[in-house]
Design a protein around this ligand. Structure first.
Ligand code: C5P
Length: 410
């Protein structure tokens, strides 16, 4: 029987977007539009210098809300109400955060409305620095950022690249879509807080000789998205990855491997203390029996390679005497349900994620079916990141139940 996974209620409802003085303020307008379009109530507060780069009317039009700029607003309707803004939002995001504003909040100053709201708050504060390379590299700025980090402020970016002043280097504000993603991620419920999670991802590469090998077309995107969703859910994540072209994910311990045997070795090294093992890697079933050290020379006629079987890493983990909660993946080209269920039983998995290989490998979006003891849960087409978030939610629920059952059996 098909079941549905509880529709995600948005965890982010109301955001205070603080805009400070920098050229990147124009990108904040795009961010305000994106957040508003995704159903978030965006309350904008601008510093005086931000208003020199972009007008408050822009944000007012894009968010449908009044824009606050003045600590000394005496209009009766707004009087003091704007000071309460920070008490009614899920988070404050300052984008762009100028070097001057960073310096002011790092030192607890409350000399304008936005700085006052940052001081008089209990909600999370996130900042997206944007400034010239030299200002970013200046020890004073770095010192201020360290102070903010120590105070629990989250810092998004900056990125490196061409700057408005013509220089190239660190200090560019992240793009609006990156900030929107980072914001949602930061505010996810911490369903796996302090849990140790190992994710395997990507293909493996089995050498034939010094320059050639056998691999597959797995991109690693799903595994990396799951690692990211697990980090956002508060887990300590170790990502053991075959060769991919994906950027190193933030806040994970990334271990790069090539072959299935390398991957098994690293899994063995890391597995003690793991609470959850998510095996997303497309591990090669076979390796070349005798890889050559030198490049094999072409000869006339047929050429054959003797292959031998690779270890099944997931099976190794699920057969440990005290295995972590194991999740497998099955990319099938046919008979998905039948093959997925028999794999789940064969590998003794509480949860297996099935998909059709031809629709999923290398793509950014996919459909998935989750198979567990209770039945199957189809997840309709969505980005791999969205699917990863749903999967992590389901894993957290099953993991919690399995721990309860373990305790009641003690
Ligand atoms: O049997 P099959 O390869 O389809 O099983 C897929 C699942 O098993 C995936 O979770 C994959 O990461 C894992 N696996 C493994 N080691 C192998 C082969 C598959 O861990 N040698």
């Amino acid at each position: 029987m098909n079941r549905t996974i509880g529709k995600e209620s948005s965890t982010v409802r109301r955001i205070l977007l603080g805009v400070t003085g920098g050229v990147a303020a124009y990108k904040a307008a795009e961010l305000a539009r994106m957040l508003t379009q995704s159903g978030i109530d965006v309350q904008t507060v601008m510093t005086e210098s931000a208003c020199r780069f972009v007008g408050p009317v822009t944000f007012q039009s894009l968010t449908g809300n009044p824009v606050y700029t003045d600590l000394w607003e005496t209009n009766a309707a707004a009087n003091m109400a704007h000071i309460n803004l920070s008490r009614t939002v899920d988070a404050i995001l300052i984008a762009p955060a100028s070097a001057d504003f960073i310096a002011r909040i790092a030192n607890g100053m409350a000399d304008d409305l936005l700085a006052t709201l940052c001081l008089a708050r209990e909600c999370p504060l996130m900042i997206a620095p944007a400034m010239n390379r030299q200002m970013w590299e200046n020890p004073a700025t770095q010192r201020n950022l360290d102070l903010l980090r120590a105070d629990g402020v989250t810092i998004f970016g900056p990125a490196s690249g061409e700057q408005a002043c013509g220089e190239v280097g660190m200090g560019r504000m992240l793009e609006p879509f990156e900030l929107a993603d980072a914001l949602y991620g930061e505010l996810q419920p911490k369903l796996l807080k302090n849990k140790n999670v190992i994710v395997t991802a990507g293909p493996t590469y089995e050498a034939i000789d010094a320059v050639r090998g056998i691999t597959n077309i797995s991109s690693g995107k799903m595994g990396y998205a799951i690692a990211r969703a697990a980090v956002e859910a508060g887990a300590n994540v170790t990502l053991i990855s075959g060769p991919t072209c994906i950027n190193e994910p933030v806040d994970t311990k990334l271990i790069k491997v090539m072959s299935a045997n390398d991957m098994l070795e690293k899994v063995r090294d890391e597995i003690s203390g793991a609470d959850i093992f998510i095996s997303v890697a497309a591990v090669a079933d076979y390796r070349v029996a005798k890889p050559q050290e030198q490049k094999i020379k072409r000869t006339e006629g047929a050429f054959s390679l003797l292959l031998e079987s690779n270890p099944d890493i997931l099976k190794f983990v699920s057969n440990l005497s005290e295995p972590p909660f194991c999740v497998g993946f099955a990319a099938e080209t046919e008979n998905l349900e039948h093959n997925a269920e028999s794999k789940r039983k064969n590998k003794k998995l509480p949860l297996l994620v099935g998909n059709l290989a031809q629709n999923v490998i290398g793509t950014d979006e996919c459909e998935l079916i989750l198979f567990d003891d209770e039945g199957k849960y189809p997840l309709s087409k969505a980005t791999k990141y969205k699917q990863a978030q749903k999967l992590i939610k389901h894993i957290a629920k099953l993991y919690k139940t399995s721990k309860k059952n373990d305790n009641s059996n003690d």
